[in-house]
Design a protein around this ligand. Structure first.
Ligand SMILES: *[C@@H]1O[C@H](CO)[C@@H](O)[C@H](O)[C@H]1NC(C)=O
Ligand SMILES: *[C@@H]1O[C@H](CO)[C@@H](O)[C@H](O)[C@H]1NC(C)=O
Ligand SMILES: *[C@@H]1O[C@H](CO)[C@@H](O)[C@H](O)[C@H]1NC(C)=O
Length: 417
């Protein structure tokens, strides 16, 4: 009886949480992007991967136009790479504006172009579009698409240029016209969700005897400072460290640093969850079920409040005063019995990639029970990802991908630019 309940719970969790369990990657699942020995040019009108642009397997759905006045305008960043030529026919530098992911892929493509054809550069004819020149829902409106050629405008090169764009990691490449290749990328938000959440190895957790320990040195049985409930409360407890959901000691990743007024700074990857509250941090109603919610680290803004550890196992709300981004080495996702932990003096969730801490906590209940019964919960596999995360992800992929997650309708030929 107990077992069947567990199994049911397990499957439902997997359904809900397919994405929670992604590791801190990037890296995994991109193996096929490694340059093969022989590069095959794309055929005219071919697209890669061979699914519609705005489906999950390619660049994902559109998330709405970005204009200069919209809040999301700050998601766009200008690309001043001297190895890329921007046509800029609008004379507004709009073509230079793109999402960070689009910029990364473009810069990487610029290098392959120069290697493939010495003396030739990558040229962008269309980037972000603020003038409505494209069809409705085009990813150009979100800075997620570029139309490219080579600087010598030699059309014989474009089929190979399309192949290089695929190899550079664009999420969808289309040899759209004899005059250009269209490339697009997933939204930052969906990428953050896929890349999971981690802390850098040297971040410190608090042990029961008052000393601190680096996250990377945690061992099963260590008891670390955490929040007492699966919902946040003002009380702190010492919670048993169970295992690492992700363990990548040498990975270099981008981390968000959230600086608080109290002086504690929390460092974590974009998709990791933090407990925050809006508004007046000193109002008594701010903590507790009503006030606190979980949010991706990348969505946290100055002025919001996080919980910092104070004396006597109590938390205090402290406003975020600044947010920075830094690259650091080592990425670790520790799981504690209570599903949360205090890192560098700030309370964070153990979970990532789904902004529902309590659901994630529920999905890991079977693993906690297993650990409770046997004292064993396994450890991360060779690729750094825990087996339980891997199983959840696998079940989630099989069941979820084909039922829920296809807003654009996989297989519909949607080849607009
Ligand atoms: C606290 O406990 C850890 C291991 O649990 C140990 O390594 C450390 O020396 C202890 N610190 C103190 C001050 O007792
Ligand atoms: C947090 O960051 C600020 C600014 O970089 C620094 O002055 C402060 O010492 C840091 N706090 C801790 C506890 O390291
Ligand atoms: C915040 O709340 C506290 C306590 O309720 C109150 O004294 C203070 O004036 C409030 N501050 C602001 C800016 O509203």
């Amino acid at each position: 009886m107990r077992l069947s309940v567990l199994l049911g719970l397990f499957i439902v969790c997997a359904l809900l949480l397919a994405t929670v369990t992604e590791g801190c990657g990037p890296g995994r699942g991109h193996g096929r992007r490694r340059p093969p020995k022989k590069l095959t040019p794309l055929a005219y009108k071919q697209f890669s991967p061979n699914v519609a642009e705005k489906t999950l397997g390619a660049s994902g759905r559109h998330e709405g136009k970005i204009t200069r006045n919209s809040e999301r305008f700050k998601e766009l960043t200008p690309n001043y790479n001297p190895d890329v030529i921007f046509k800029d026919e609008e004379n507004t530098a709009a073509d230079r504006l793109m999402t960070q992911r689009c910029k990364d892929k473009l810069n990487s493509l610029a290098i392959s172009v120069m290697n493939m054809w010495p003396g030739v550069k990558l040229r962008v004819t269309e980037g972000w579009d603020e003038d409505g020149h494209h069809s409705q829902d085009s990813l150009h409106y979100e800075g997620r698409a570029v139309d490219i050629t080579t600087s010598d405008r030699d059309r014989n090169k474009y089929a190979m240029l399309a192949r290089l764009a695929v190899e550079a990691g664009f999420d969808w490449v289309y040899y759209e016209s004899k005059a250009h290749v269209h490339c697009s990328v997933k939204s930052e938000h969906s990428v953050a969700a896929k890349t999971g959440g981690c802390f850098p190895g040297r971040s410190l957790v608090h042990l029961e005897n008052g000393s601190r320990k680096a996250v990377r040195d945690l061992q099963p049985g260590d008891r670390v400072l955490a929040s007492s409930g699966s919902e946040v409360s003002e009380e702190l407890v010492y919670s048993e460290f169970i295992t690492f959901l992700d363990w990548e000691p040498t990975a270099r990743k981008q981390f968000y640093i959230l600086g608080t007024e109290a002086g504690a700074n929390l460092t974590l990857t974009a998709a990791h969850l933090v407990f925050v509250t809006e508004g007046n941090c000193s109002a008594p109603s701010a903590v507790g079920k009503a006030g606190m919610r979980t949010m991706y680290a990348s969505a946290v803004r100055p002025g919001q409040c996080v919980l910092t550890a104070g004396p006597g196992l109590r938390t205090h709300l402290s406003p975020i005063t600044w947010v920075q981004i830094r690259v650091d080495t080592g990425a670790f996702a520790p799981l504690t019995h209570h599903g949360s932990l205090v890192v560098d003096g700030v309370l964070a969730s153990c979970y990532a990639a789904m902004d529902q801490h309590h659901l994630a906590h529920w999905a890991f209940e079977p693993l906690r029970l297993l650990y409770g019964w046997t004292g064993w919960a396994g450890s991360p596999q060779g690729d750094g990802l825990h087996w339980y995360s891997w199983v959840l992800r696998w079940i989630g992929t099989i069941l979820l991908d084909h039922t829920h997650f296809h807003p654009g309708g996989l297989g519909t030929r949607d080849t607009e630019s």
